[in-house]
Design a protein around this ligand. Structure first.
Ligand code: PMV
Length: 301
């Protein structure tokens, strides 16, 4: 019998890049934007098919050391398999790749969950998180772990590399956030490496971002939109200082702000990918959505 499992995208509200240097960051799962993994029994060996990226391969045809190959090796270890069974792994995803929304971690979590369903096993979220983190190292080099943690637990979190995560006790529905895809793909590993290469210049800004994240928590808890918008704008300026924004991202943010949004920043590694825009209310959020869509941009949610 076929089984299907899924995992959500995530967005970083505050603290990307600083989180690599042990500062806290805040991330939110995007439950309506997901990757789906279906396992379908067949009679001719294991095969992975992902129509959106034109992938149709056996395990042996995968690039050695690629994220997908490493994920399947981890799956074999996790479920104590000598060989992958006669199954087609069919992948569909709403999450744009290389766009700061955690597509790699979502793929890992969805595939692990699908195998657990197939073998009627209950895997803890810790185990899913741990396994997805191992695969993240392939995509990211030195991942903080924020992507896999947000996605494995699927809840808003405050995360730090050394202390792990705490659930963020705040009603985030009070914030009308739009996520807009610039359409530019950017590899996290390259942006994280560039920040590290210039760390002596970047360090003070990274520490400022850490303080800003801590300051944001009470405002998130009390639903203070004005302050959260102000902190988003401040976080974006600090991200510009460490050179992870781009003229295109800055333009997209300016477009929202000039039409009345309270705050805007990039989300994820930057230099491409998505931006976050905080609207004043739901009415304005609808207007901003039309503005971006009519200009040819995908509004993720
Ligand atoms: O995968 P992305 O693009 O969302 O980037 C994750 C956030 C970074 O802080 C840039 C990297 C990390 O490992 O935390």
């Amino acid at each position: 019998m076929s089984v299907t499992a899924s995992a959500s995208a995530k967005t970083i509200l505050f603290g990307e890049h600083a989180v690599v240097y042990n500062e806290p960051a805040i991330a939110i799962p995007l439950s309506n934007t997901r990757t789906y993994a279906e396992l379908i029994p067949n009679s001719n060996g294991f095969r992975i098919i992902s129509p959106s990226i034109h992938l149709n391969k056996t395990f042996d045809e995968l690039i050695p050391g690629s994220g997908l190959q490493v994920l399947l090796i981890k799956i074999k270890e996790l479920f104590d398999l000598d060989n992958l069974p006669d199954l087609t792994l069919l992948i569909h995803s709403d999450i744009p790749i290389a766009s700061g929304l955690g597509s790699g971690a979502a793929l890992s979590a969805a595939v692990i969950r699908a195998f657990a369903m197939y073998y009627s096993q209950t895997l803890s979220r810790e185990k899913i998180n741990e396994t997805a983190y191992e695969v993240e190292k392939i995509y990211h080099g030195t991942p903080s772990g924020i992507d896999n943690t947000t996605i494995a637990y699927e809840q808003p979190i405050i995360f730090s590399k050394s202390t792990g995560f705490c659930p963020l006790e705040a009603d985030l529905r009070q914030f009308s956030l739009l996520i807009v895809d610039s359409g530019i793909r950017s590899k996290t590993i390259e942006v994280v490496t560039a920040v590290r290469e210039n760390i002596s210049h970047n360090e003070p800004y990274i520490r400022e971002i850490g303080k800003l994240v801590q300051n944001s928590v009470p405002f998130l808890q009390e639903g203070n939109r004005e302050e959260i918008g102000r902190l988003m704008n401040e976080n974006q300026k600090l991200l510009q200082m460490i050179d992870v924004s781009s003229p295109k991202l800055d333009d997209l943010i300016r477009m929202g702000l000039s039409h009345g949004a309270i705050g805007g920043k990039l989300t994820g590694a930057g230099r491409g990918g998505n931006i976050l825009i905080l609207a004043r209310d739901e009415e304005q959020s609808k207007q901003l959505r039309s503005l971006y869509e009519n200009s040819g941009f995908r509004v993720i949610q």
